[in-house]
Design a binder for this molecule. Structure first.
Ligand SMILES: Nc1nc2c(c(=O)[nH]1)N[C@H]1C(S)=C(S)[C@@H](COP(=O)(O)O)O[C@H]1N2
Ligand SMILES: [Mo]
Length: 314
């Protein structure tokens, strides 16, 4: 059982700085892995804040405990508890994000520099997983559009492809005998979706740098799409002229499309998408909530899809 702490207390307030750093150094040693698993989550996190965003929802936030202990991150196993238990083995420093392809200024960004972005904001977003559950998460991040402008995309660039780190030594899920997905995990967006002001590169949540299970040190957040579009622990972003392959679409094309816009009117072939269970809301007897078109962000994004048949392009 993990030690719990109130949602609003930062680990830096509980642990004196010296103790915190000594412990980190010690963890880097041979006993590191076993120790990481028994520590309270977030102990290694550093405080990180951003300006309040007008794009935030005022719905009740999902507790930090739920946000950081009920996760999908198949590189660490397929169980919801696997990422919190196992993702501590991913080394998130040093870390760089390579940006290449059809851009005028290809670049390799060090994570420290990205985290210092003056565009950092706190964005409280509704998140909807294709499996039928949802959360409300206070992310800290900056608009993907900011990074896009810095690398000056060429006119030929129409899509952006994203790639997660591929580290068999640090990701126990990668050597499964029956891999669920082809690795590395890849995702993609159309350039106009990527430029939309709602699209975020998140580097933190709940006022701290991202926990590993949530995609440290940097992950994508696209609040009007199903959760699987939110690729974690990104190492590469490539500008391309054709729709890039995406992991879940390759795995089961009839179940998971490239667009993956949240849509209560288009069922998954094996279940309805009309309603959702909000994580943390009273167990078995909690009423399911109706799922909203574009997850409630229609006003900001519906115009991206005018004229498209969203039944075919799911
Ligand atoms: N690299 C990678 N990214 C990933 C996944 C994954 O398995 N691997 N799972 C996706 C899915 S299905 C969901 S619902 C979200 C969950 O994000 P969270 O755990 O931070 O809530 O991460 C997405 N990003
Ligand atoms: Mo998901």
């Amino acid at each position: 059982m993990l030690i719990r702490r109130p949602d609003d207390v930062l680990p830096s307030e509980i642990t004196p700085r010296e103790v915190y750093f000594n412990r980190r150094q010690w963890m880097a040693g041979a006993a590191g892995l076993a120790l990481t698993a028994s520590l309270p989550k977030g102990l290694e996190a550093a405080p990180l804040s951003g300006a309040k965003s007008p794009f935030s929802t005022d719905e009740k936030k999902t507790s930090r405990e739920d946000v950081t202990s009920y996760n999908n991150y198949y590189e660490f196993g397929t169980g919801k508890e696997d990422p919190a238990a196992k993702a501590g083995s991913l080394k998130t420093a040093p870390w760089t994000v390579k940006v290449d392809g059809m851009v005028g200024k290809p670049a390799e960004f060090a994570i420290e520099d990205l985290i210092k972005s003056p565009a950092l904001e706190e964005r409280i977003y509704r998140m909807r997983c294709v499996e039928g559950w949802s959360m409300v998460i206070p992310w800290v991040g900056f608009p993907l559009a900011d990074l896009i402008k810095r690398v000056e995309p060429l006119g030929s660039a129409k899509y952006i492809a994203f790639e997660t780190a591929f580290r068999p030594d640090e990701m126990p899920g990668l050597d499964s005998i029956f891999p669920v997905l082809e690795w590395p995990y890849v995702e993609g967006l159309r350039l106009d979706e990527a430029m939309n002001p709602l699209t975020l590169l998140a580097v933190g949540l709940y006022g701290e740098t991202l926990p590993n299970q949530n995609g440290a040190p940097i992950r994508l957040v696209v609040p009007w799409k199903y959760g699987f579009k939110g690729i974690k622990s990104i190492t590469r972003i490539s500008f391309v002229d054709k729709q890039p392959p995406t992991s879940w679409n390759k795995q089961a094309p009839s179940e998971y499309g490239f667009y993956a816009n949240v849509n209560p009117n288009v069922d998954h072939p094996r279940w309805s998408q009309a309603t959702e269970r909000r994580i943390g809301e009273g167990g078995l007897f909690a009423k399911r909530r109706p799922t909203l078109m574009f997850n409630g962000y229609a006003e900001q994004v519906a115009s991206l899809y005018t004229g498209m048949d969203l039944r075919k392009l799911y």
